[in-house]
Design a protein around this ligand. Structure first.
Ligand code: ATP
Ligand code: MG
Length: 191
């Protein structure tokens, strides 16, 4: 199995690169942002609880996220070629929990970290905000999301670096250029 954790600032291109990876490698794509937005749309209890958090650029509490991932792995991890984790783990606590959840199923994951300059991600998110309809694609919320990314999510990269399960790539240029780098790594690590 080829399990990948895509990390990177908001707007770094995790969703776009996931689509490329799905096309070439046939992996399953788990975007926690998409799952949470679908929850809000469904009007469920969880959706109501998390709607304002997301609109403010805050993180959804760890225990809720970990429960969601556990449930996903329980129902989806068999008979698949591998999983792309897009948007999870976002805290060290989530990373530690994911390690246990994967170990329990004899799985492991490698992190690919997309490096994009801050000016560039702000530009991309504001551009996306013109059509995305996302409550969090506005300047004030983008600033908050970037702050949380630096303070809380960046340490997750260190966690995988220490486990020797970490690759960093330059995501500043075109989507194709970024994918070429990811493709090189995936060909290397594919078993
Ligand atoms: P992009 O999708 O452009 O890379 P992003 O990473 O900021 O941007 P999403 O991954 O779509 O956006 O997540 C949107 C919001 O959903 C986050 O700001 C957060 O509130 C919530 N969220 C998503 N994943 C998690 C997680 N693992 N832990 C806590 N909250 C999460
Ligand atoms: Mg996304």
């Amino acid at each position: 199995m080829l399990n990948i954790i895509l990390c990177g600032a908001p707007g770094s291109g995790k969703g776009t690169q996931s689509d490329f990876i799905v096309q070439k490698y046939g992996l399953d794509h788990l975007s926690t942002g998409d799952v949470l937005r679908a929850e809000i749309k469904s009007g469920s209890e969880l959706g109501k609880e998390i709607e304002s958090l997301i609109a403010q650029g805050q993180l959804v509490p760890d225990h809720k996220m970990i429960h969601l991932i556990d449930h996903y792995l329980e129902t989806r991890s068999e008979n698949c070629k591998g999983i792309i984790f897009d948007g999870f783990p976002r805290t060290v606590e989530q990373a530690e929990a994911l390690t246990l959840l994967l170990e329990r199923r004899h799985m492991e994951a490698v992190m690919i970290d997309l490096f994009v300059e801050e000016d560039e991600v702000i530009k991309r998110l504001l551009e996306r905000g013109r059509t995305s309809g996302r409550a969090d694609d506005n300047f004030e919320t983008i600033k908050q999301r970037l702050k949380i990314y630096h303070d809380v999510t960046k340490p997750v990269c260190q966690y995988y670096l220490k486990k020797h399960n970490y690759f960093a790539i330059n995501g500043n240029n075109t989507m194709e250029d970024t994918f070429a780098q990811i493709d090189t790594i995936l060909r290397l690590i594919q078993k």
